[in-house]
Ligand binder design. Sequence first.
Ligand code: RP5
Length: 166
Amino acid sequence: MANPRVSIIMGSDSDLEIMSEAAKSLSEFGISHEIQVLSAHRSPELLTQFCKNLKKRGVQIVIAGAGGAAHLAGVVAAHTTLPVIGVPVNSSALNGLDALLSTVQMPSGIPVATVAIGKAGAANAGILAAQILGLHSKPLQEKLLRYKNKLTRSVIEKNNKLKKGK
Ligand code: RP5
């Protein structure tokens, strides 16, 4: 996508199934985004270059997902003052608990807004990015409100189905 406002990065292409949930959320709210593989461990120079170019490319938020010893979000946060949202990916023998702790336990001064492990977290990362961008956009705030109302309607519909089943 041209001029992405949100950049989604992931440690490996094996994270794509999970991280594409973040892209889906952003698409739902009409937010331009890009998605690519960048690794804190396997491509440290490329990651540094990516961080240095973020602001001049007009990116406003970074969503970073990785599994295992997940340093990706933290390293990006170390390089930029843009908000960084971290998604712990459940790709390892520890089912993402390792990635959760690696992503969330940042030292004071370098925040990473960490969401839940796996697909729910990735979807929420996209929604959280939309909420941050919505602070300065009335149309986006209205889309977010419509989304919340849709969630409420789905609960009512579930109850109606349950009642009919009795
Ligand atoms: C992490 O290691 C990646 O984010 C991925 O979750 C995990 C496994 O990567 P691959 O070995 O599948 O490339 O860095």
